[in-house]
Design a protein around this ligand. Structure first.
Ligand code: UD1
Length: 423
């Protein structure tokens, strides 16, 4: 029986919540723990489907993995590929982050071409190009990437696009390879900086992480490390937008405001007062919600992972907004469901036009991917009446304790099984 979220909207969110550790930082950090035989301890790892699947994949590869209260202890004395990997790897694009560490530890890797959110054709050519420059060889057979490497040696890598995952895979291999690597046109996301910090603790020398040029001096004998994951800027941004959408007053704790600089700037431009109170963010009700023009882009651009949530907010802005998506080609699937709730959105290629309406209507809607699910939750929270959201699998991939956190802010939200909804 599929679970659904029932949200009785129209209530202002009020109160304070703590932001969890970053999903997108945790996944490469977990993968990087395979680079050493020593024990790695990661603190603040959120309990999510994606992080649990990554931990299961590490166990399947022979690592000893334990999780308690956000703390993961991993020790990969030996690494051996087992068929178990495939069942999880297919579900999650981030499984491809295991490619570099696996190659490094075993000299070979075989991974299914990755799955994940249905937000477009997401190739892995840049991962392969980068790792090829470091000495790996690849072939594609029946939907699997087979990789081998006898000797991985540092090199110059120039990426055609600032891919987050490709930058991370190359950094992990370069950190354990002989010699120095320079990545130009590298991704500069805070999650890249976090990975660089862990690799430095493990004995590599990473400089420039967070800029478009990263230099890595490899250390063939990486050691264990203890590291705390950065807060999840996408979760924080989602709650900022949810609070703004309901006209509430919410304080976010355990955030890094600088990671959300452009998001905060854009929300302020939309008329939403946001205060940085000694490192905590406080959102206040907007007098009037103004329309916005937004174009997504790699960091420090507007995050594509907050684009659907922002669209949900703008459905009731006073005027016409436009959103241009430049990162993924298929990231407007959610608009069909926002239309079902009465919003006026038209999509033309990579741009969506949103004509603000006074109020949305409750409906039965479905999360088509992780952030699409978050957008529907926001739309439901601000809409009087009962909205029913299915496709919760996606939300569970990326939002820790979603119902608990929203309920603590006063939202009327509960998870029910399909059967209970029909009673
Ligand atoms: C990461 C995030 C994801 C976020 C995205 C962009 C994780 C686990 N996921 O995904 O939430 O939406 O960054 O901020 O951190 N591309 C290629 N070839 C490649 C690699 C990527 O063409 O080899 C393209 C993709 O198809 C996509 C774009 O580049 O259109 C961005 O992808 P990338 O930056 O690699 O995102 P991910 O690392 O997959």
């Amino acid at each position: 029986m599929e679970d659904k979220l029932l949200i009785e909207g129209g209530t202002r969110l009020n109160g304070r919540i703590c932001i969890s550790g970053s999903k997108n930082a945790s996944l490469p950090l977990l993968a990087a723990s395979l680079l050493t035989e020593d024990k790695c301890i990661l603190k603040g790892v959120p309990h999510l489907l994606d992080t649990c699947n990554m931990m299961k994949m590490l166990s399947g590869l022979g690592a000893q993995v334990s999780y308690q209260d956000g703390q993961v202890t991993i020790q990969a004395r030996e690494v051996q590929e087992s068929g178990q990997l495939y069942q999880y790897a297919r579900k999650m694009r981030a499984s491809f982050l295991l490619l570099g560490p696996l190659l490094m530890r075993t000299g070979e890797a075989c991974l299914p071409l990755p799955g994940g959110c249905a937000i477009g054709n997401r190739p892995v050519d840049l991962h392969l190009k980068g790792l090829t420059a470091l000495g790996a060889e690849f072939s594609v057979e029946n939907g699997y990437i087979k990789a081998s490497a006898k000797n991985l040696i540092g090199n110059e890598v120039s990426l055609d696009y600032r891919s987050v995952g490709a930058t991370e895979n190359i950094m992990m291999v370069a950190a354990a390879a002989r010699g120095g690597t320079t990545i130009t046109n590298a991704a500069a996301e805070p999650e890249i900086v976090d990975l660089g910090n862990l690799l430095n603790k493990m004995g590599a020398r990473v400089t420039g992480a967070g800029t478009s040029c990263i230099r890595i001096e490899g250390a063939p004998d990486l050691c264990g490390a203890i590291h705390t994951v950065i807060p999840d800027r996408i979760e924080a941004g989602t709650y900022l937008i949810a609070a703004a959408a309901t006209g509430g007053q919410v304080r976010l704790q355990q955030v890094v405001p600088s990671h959300l600089q452009l998001v905060i700037e854009k929300l302020r431009q939309a008329g939403v007062p946001i205060e940085d109170d000694r490192g905590e963010l406080v959102v206040y009700p907007a007098e009037e919600l103004c329309p916005l023009q937004i174009t997504t882009g790699p960091y420090p651009g507007f995050p594509t992972d907050l684009q659907p949530q922002l669209a949900a907010l703008l459905t009731t802005a006073a005027g016409e907004s436009t959103i241009t998506e430049t990162v993924f080609e298929n990231r407007f699937l959610y608009t069909e469901y926002l239309q079902r709730m009465g919003s006026q959105i038209s999509v033309n290629g990579s741009a969506a036009r949103i004509q603000g309406v006074k109020s949305l209507l409750p409906a039965q809607v479905k999360a088509t991917d992780l952030r699409a699910g978050a957008a529907l939750v926001i739309a439901a929270l601000k809409t009087p009446g009962k909205t029913e959201i299915s496709g919760l699998y996606h939300l569970d991939r990326g939002y820790e304790k979603l119902e608990e956190k929203l309920a603590s802010l006063g939202a009327h939200i509960r998870r029910v099984s399909d059967r209970a909804v029909n009673l």
